[in-house]
Design a binder for this molecule. Sequence first.
Ligand code: ATP
Ligand code: MG
Length: 239
Amino acid sequence: MTPALEVCELTAGYQGIPVVHELSFSVDPGSVLAVVGANGAGKSTTLAAIAGLLPVLGGAIRLLGRDVTGRSAAKRARGGLGFVPQDRGIVRRLTTEQNLRLLPGRLDQHLSDALRLFPDLTPLMGRRAGLLSGGEQQMLALARVLVLRPRVLMIDELSAGLAPRIVEQLLDVVTDVAHRHGTAVVLVEQHAEMALGMARAALVLSHGRLAVSGDAADVLAHPEVLESSYLGEFHDAST
Ligand SMILES: Nc1ncnc2c1ncn2[C@@H]1O[C@H](COP(=O)(O)OP(=O)(O)OP(=O)(O)O)[C@@H](O)[C@H]1O
Ligand SMILES: [Mg+2]
């Protein structure tokens, strides 16, 4: 099976200085990959580079078997890459409906798809996105990306600031879409246990490098591995 997303020796960073080093991984259609790691490990940098929002300093990115390394973010999005960034990527001063209007394609189709996925958005169509609760904003953020039917969906910190019950509800929608449409999902999370619990594969980043990768269940079964890659040098210094 051709992986939906293949990242080969990716090096990325800011002003030419790498913070993510030679990172390689792939995600198959319909599979969920959890990417976990401490604050500053390079999770968001990795996703931004894959999305085309940050120049790649080395390596290659293949989407559905095609090399997109030199392509713009817009071309990658049109090629089937969906990205929900850490700040959710919604326009706060526009209403829920206007946020969906910004998308390419048919608005009526987008509206009905969004409401099918997240019926709770129904009474919120006329409300400004900035006034929505955290959970409602995340629903809108997910809806904006999901109605475009991405083949690869990357979500940065879906759970940040949300109640566990809402997180569960949102993740149910994401896993359901992955199963039904064969979407490959990359789930970046600081809440490692939750992400590992629902993913097939896992990758732990530490200081911009791959610390551990394998079956999510195996990583979950070895909390000491997870802990040492999280604590890293800080752990050494404190003992
Ligand atoms: N715009 C930027 N300019 C320069 N350095 C940056 C920039 N954004 C992030 N960094 C640095 O890159 C490193 C990785 O940051 P990144 O945001 O990718 O980490 P993260 O794993 O997503 O962390 P968190 O869990 O806190 O979201 C950090 O050392 C951070 O300070
Ligand atoms: Mg981040």
